[in-house]
Design a protein around this ligand. Sequence first.
Ligand SMILES: Cc1cc2nc3c(=O)[nH]c(=O)nc-3n(C[C@H](O)[C@H](O)[C@H](O)COP(=O)(O)OP(=O)(O)OC[C@H]3O[C@@H](n4cnc5c(N)ncnc54)[C@H](O)[C@@H]3O)c2cc1C
Ligand code: FES
Length: 262
Amino acid sequence: MSQYQENATVTHVEQFTATNYRLTLDCPAVAGSARPGQFVMIRTGRGKDPLLRRPFSIHQTSRDGTIQIYFKVVGRGTDILAHVKKQETLSIFGPLGRGYRLNTGTPSVIVGGGLGIAPLLFLVQENCRVKKDCTEDLIVLGARERIEIEPLLDDFRPFGIRIMTATDDGSLGHHGFALGILESMQLPSGCTVYGCGPEPMLAGLSSFCASRGLPCQVSVESVMACGMGACLGCSRPDSKGNYTHVCLNGPVYNAEDLQWKM
Ligand SMILES: Cc1cc2nc3c(=O)[nH]c(=O)nc-3n(C[C@H](O)[C@H](O)[C@H](O)COP(=O)(O)OP(=O)(O)OC[C@H]3O[C@@H](n4cnc5c(N)ncnc54)[C@H](O)[C@@H]3O)c2cc1C
Ligand code: FES
């Protein structure tokens, strides 16, 4: 699969909460070859601070040659990104990694927690484009509070997928975790489950799906220095006790292929 390094012009900057931002980047080569679940490495600083590119899921692509990233400020690199202005350029490299393998012959149940919602808009976009009708499918969006989900809802609605929400503080939808919604309902028969979110959520989702015999694909995070298999910094144990490199073999895995800490 082709990868590109592009100087992407920032065409749109959105701030949703005190820490959550979305950038639209004009990078036709990356946009044209990206698949849902893949990520890009972005050089956040102009000089050597920070030295290394930072990984971000591709949130959405558009036919006009743009991609979006949706991110939270957690440190130096994301803080710099939060301050970029329209028309500035960012060096991006991608698309990288193995994304979701769409099982379009079965109903889809898509589950996102916190910033794990980031790659799911692209997944819904592609899922619904290929299926043409995704009214049988479901997406469950979970977060700590309403403000972390609400600004994104209008982007999910046009696809016709059923949307359910869960918040830790009960300010939107189910009061509790996204997984709580799945546990309390009858899922479409023979569905494929796709997830992205914090590690404990994914561990719970993996166990939930295993106990019901449902195929489950999850996108996991790992600290990454190179994003292309050269530094071995992103390794994590798989279910056979070997090490897998998240940047090359992931970030999307069959949940049963990974080792989970419960
Ligand atoms: C494949 C992949 C896709 C990602 N997609 C997104 C996304 O769509 N949106 C988003 O907001 N973030 C995403 N991340 C996480 C993002 O890369 C980190 O938040 C970012 O690199 C932090 O950079 P920083 O310079 O701001 O923070 P740093 O100063 O490098 O670190 C600040 C803190 O964040 C922790 N941290 C750094 N990287 C990670 C990581 N990968 N996972 C968990 N903790 C980390 C550090 O341990 C430290 O405590 C993704 C990570 C991966 C591996
Ligand atoms: S991040 Fe360097 S090998 Fe995966």
